[in-house]
Design a binder for this molecule. Structure first.
Ligand code: GLN
Length: 544
């Protein structure tokens, strides 16, 4: 077992997740089998109960695990699907230890952080290494070195490096080099302190990844090398990039792939980045500008919709247009007609998932605009459900139609609680979660977009479209063209509209830089087609 640990110092939000994902990509480009585990030192068992404003989007894995958003970065950079065992939290570890204690597994011993909690951490990492068949497991430790919460994890990893012996483990420490004052002078002191903190725990970094707004000069690298006891070539500068997908190549250019393979005794070879480089070249090509209005509830924090943002980046890297996302707080729309008019003038409209009452009427107003004015529209999860509500109100003339999430006593519950949710009282991991098989109608737009009639997509919801409205929907052009195996409505599409599709699932979780999701591709293609209205002057037929 070979392990690369990625820790962080100075501040959070340095892009440790992107660094870890990029290191994974570097090894993958050398045909090394790699996987990633994220450690989140908080006490929540999983991210499912966390507010997106505090922790960004909740990412859903195939097995239904509600995970930290970094799992999304890992999947996108590695092009591999992960499962729940790849996200460890203090809550998960303590739960396992306490269950063992209650069973009597510790045979009368006093149960302690060391060795029982650290032992459980090591066991869980080892299990992932074994079950995944990876040659290298990357372990990202969330939080900042020095936090009380991350101590047991760092201690477990220190123990592990001692147990595995020389040449089996590398420690990559990500820090901040701020540039301050009018002269934008780079400061290495925070890095020095943070490395000292790490060494006090018994961990000596192998590589230091210095984040900052500008690249480090050779002098600065030498200074960090001297103070932090690493060779100068092990000080890696990662200045801010225009796209996170550049980071593997930034690391590659500084020899990180070779340093790590040598250190871990793995075969090095010419890395393969063909499709990755092609994606980046297309991403930068420029071209027609497309403005997508995103109408949601957490618009102050882009991380709350991270996978949607990435899905659009993936499309840009394939179509070569320039996609701009304009964020609209759904709650403002009903009271600001000018904002609503701007939404209607967008090239495409996305209404992503969400929960609760706030902002629902604004989403409905935006969807009405999209439907009536032929603006390409994609509704995801709550966006799909409220599209059905909008249609029921304004086309079927059921003015009180609603989802029972908003109005439990509505006379027209177009969207209502899933039958199996009725007895559910607890919040954690109790939604309809994870991958489900969906059949698409052979003649549908959805089947044409996917190029097949059987798809697998990830879910996270408690409510669904009530089937009793489907006949009336169909009679007016809104057709349910995708159903789950157990007959739930998964896809709605509107006839006679350039692109008006709603989906109960979350396509954003499956989009990859090298394989953008077909629904996002099609949404943008519909926007492009609408922009490039055929010129009124007929083009001359070329003379044979
Ligand atoms: N609130 C809706 C439900 O629970 C939609 C969930 C979502 O958008 N993820 O069904």
């Amino acid at each position: 077992m070979k392990v690369i640990v990625v820790s962080g110092g100075v501040i959070s939000g340095l892009g440790k997740g992107i660094t870890t994902s990029s290191l994974g990509r570097l090894l993958k480009a050398r045909n090394i089998r790699v996987t990633i585990v994220k450690i989140d030192p908080y006490l929540n068992v999983d991210a499912g109960t966390m507010n997106p404003y505090q922790h960004g989007e909740v990412f859903v894995l195939d097995d239904g695990t509600e995970a930290d958003l970094d799992l999304g970065n890992y999947e996108r950079f590695l092009g591999q699907n992960l499962h729940g065992a790849h996200n460890l939290t203090t809550g998960k570890i303590y739960r396992a230890v306490i269950e063992k204690e209650r069973r009597g597994d510790y045979l009368g011993n006093t149960v302690q952080i060391i060795p029982h909690v650290t032992g459980e951490i090591k066991r869980m990492i080892r299990d992932v290494a074994e079950s995944s068949g990876a040659q290298v497991v990357l372990v990202e430790v969330g939080g900042t070195v020095g936090d009380i919460e991350s101590m047991p994890f760092l201690e477990a990893l220190r123990e592990m490096s001692y147990e595995l012996g020389e040449g089996h483990m590398a420690f990559v420490h990500t820090t901040l080099v701020p540039f301050i004052g009018p002269a934008a002078e780079a400061k290495t002191k925070p890095t020095q302190h943070s490395v000292r903190e790490l060494r006090a725990i018994g961990i000596r970094p192998t590589l230091i990844v210095a984040r900052g707004t500008a690249p480090l000069t050779p002098d600065l690298k030498a200074k960090i090398s001297l103070f932090c006891d690493v060779p100068p070539e092990a000080v890696i500068s990662v200045p801010d990039q225009s796209t996170v997908y550049d980071v593997p190549l930034v690391l590659e250019a500084q020899g990180v792939g070779t340093i790590l393979t040598k250190l871990l005794g793995l075969p090095d070879c010419e890395p393969e980045y063909g499709a990755w480089r092609e994606f980046l070249a297309t991403y930068r090509r420029g071209g027609t500008e497309i403005r997508v209005a995103v109408v949601g509830k957490y618009t102050e924090l882009m991380d709350a919709y991270l996978s949607h943002v990435e899905a659009f980046h993936h499309v840009q890297g394939h179509l070569g247009c320039q996609i701009h996302l304009d964020w609209y707080d759904a709650e403002d729309l009903p009271r600001t007609p000018t904002a609503l008019a701007r939404v209607a003038s967008a090239d495409a409209i996305l209404v992503p998932g969400g929960f609760g009452t706030r902002g629902v009427e604004g989403k409905i107003a935006a969807i009405r605009m999209a439907r009536e004015q032929g603006v390409p529209f994609l509704g995801v999860c709550y966006g799909f459900q409220v599209a059905a509500v909008e249609f029921a109100r304004n086309v079927l003339h059921l003015p009180n139609a609603n989802t029972t999430e908003v109005d439990p006593t509505t006379e027209d519950p177009v969207v209502s609680l899933l039958e199996e949710q009725k007895g559910v009282a607890t919040m954690g991991a109790t939604m309809r979660l994870g991958t489900q098989r969906i059949s698409l109608d052979p003649g549908s737009q959805a089947a044409q977009i996917y190029g097949k009639t059987e798809i697998w997509e990830r879910h996270r919801h408690r409510y669904e479209i009530h089937p009793k409205y489907l006949d009336r929907f169909r009679a007016h052009g809104l057709k349910a063209t995708g159903l789950s195996v157990d007959g739930r409505v998964e896809v709605l599409e509107l006839e006679g509209h350039p692109f008006f599709v709603g989906v109960q699932y979350h396509p954003e979780f499956l989009s990859r830089p090298e394989a953008p999701h077909p629904l996002y591709l099609e949404l943008v293609q519909a926007a492009l087609a609408r922009k490039e209205v055929p010129s009124p002057v007929p083009t001359a037929t070329p003379i044979p």
